[in-house]
Design a protein around this ligand. Structure first.
Ligand SMILES: Nc1nc2c(ncn2[C@@H]2O[C@H](COP(=O)(O)OP(=O)(O)OP(=O)(O)O)[C@@H](O)[C@H]2O)c(=O)[nH]1
Ligand SMILES: [Mg+2]
Length: 204
C-alpha cells in the first residue's frame, strides 16, 4: 500500500475544540495494544505513550496524520476499558469521555476494535461492535499480539472471533509488524470517499 505520511502529531483531547477531519478510532480493552498499534502504523516508537500496566491512556487523544496526496485524518486513541483495578470514579470518567466522544457528531469513518488473540471476543467487544454498526460506522476487528502464540493457535483464535461477531479479524502484531499494512488498505478505502458519498454508502 503506497501511502506516504508527511507528518504525525498529537493535537489534543476530547476537551479541545478540534476541527473536523475524517477519523479512525482505536477501541478496546486496557492493555490490548491500541496505542502500540497507532505507533506501529505510523512507524513511530513513542508518538503515543504505551505501558506494560493497564490504564495508560486516560483520555480520548487525537493525533493528526498528514499524507502526501490524501486528505489529513485524525487517529483517535481511546482509553481502554475492563481494567478491574481502577477506581469507581475512573470507570465513571471512562464512560463519560467515551460517550462524549461517540455523541460528539464528528466524522468517524472507521472504528478499529482490538481484541487480544489469546483472550478472544467477549461481551464488551460485541456490544461495542453492535453499537457502532447501528450507527453505520464501518468496523474492523484487529486480533492483536499474534507474536505471542504459534500459527495454529492464531488460526483458532481468528476463528473464535469470527464466530463470535461475524467479522473476520485482521491478525496483527505491533512488535513483529505482521499484519500492520492491512489496516492501511482499510484506512485508504474510507479516505478515498468524500464525506457525502461516505454517508450515502453507509446509510444504504
Ligand atoms: N508482544 C506484543 N506486545 C504488545 C503488542 N502490542 C502491544 N503490546 C504490549 O502490550 C502493552 C500494552 O500496550 P498499549 O499499546 O499501551 O495498550 P493500550 O491498549 O493502549 O492500553 P491502555 O492505554 O491501558 O488502554 C505494552 O507493554 C505493549 O508493549 C503486540 O502486538 N505484541
Ligand atoms: Mg493506550
Amino acid at each position: 500500500m503506497n501511502i506516504k505520511i508527511r507528518d504525525a502529531k498529537y493535537v489534543g483531547t476530547i476537551y479541545n475544540n478540534l476541527k473536523i477531519l475524517p477519523e479512525v478510532a482505536f477501541i478496546g480493552r486496557s492493555n490490548v495494544g491500541k496505542s502500540s498499534l497507532i505507533n506501529a502504523l505510523l512507524h513511530r516508537k513513542n508518538l503515543v505513550k504505551t505501558s506494560k500496566s493497564p490504564g495508560k491512556t486516560r483520555n480520548v487523544n487525537f493525533f493528526q496524520i498528514d499524507f502526501i496526496g490524501l486528505p489529513s485524518i485524525y487517529m483517535v486513541d481511546l482509553p481502554g476499558y475492563g481494567y478491574s483495578k481502577v477506581s469507581r470514579a475512573m470507570k465513571k470518567n471512562w464512560h463519560y469521555i467515551v460517550e462524549r466522544y461517540f455523541t460528539s457528531n464528528r466524522d468517524l469513518r472507521l472504528a478499529i476494535i482490538l481484541v487480544d488473540i489469546r483472550r478472544g471476543m467477549e461481551e464488551e467487544e460485541i456490544a461495542i461492535l453492535r453499537m457502532l454498526e447501528d450507527a453505520h460506522i464501518r468496523c474492523v476487528v484487529a486480533a492483536t499480539k499474534i507474536d505471542k502464540i504459534g500459527i495454529s493457535q492464531r488460526q483458532k483464535g481468528g476463528l473464535q472471533i469470527q464466530k463470535a461477531c461475524g467479522l473476520s479479524p485482521l491478525l496483527c502484531s505491533s512488535v513483529s509488524g505482521q499484519g500492520i499494512s492491512d489496516f492501511w488498505k482499510e484506512i485508504r478505502n474510507v479516505l478515498s470517499m468524500d464525506r457525502q458519498r461516505y454517508e450515502k454508502v453507509n446509510s444504504k
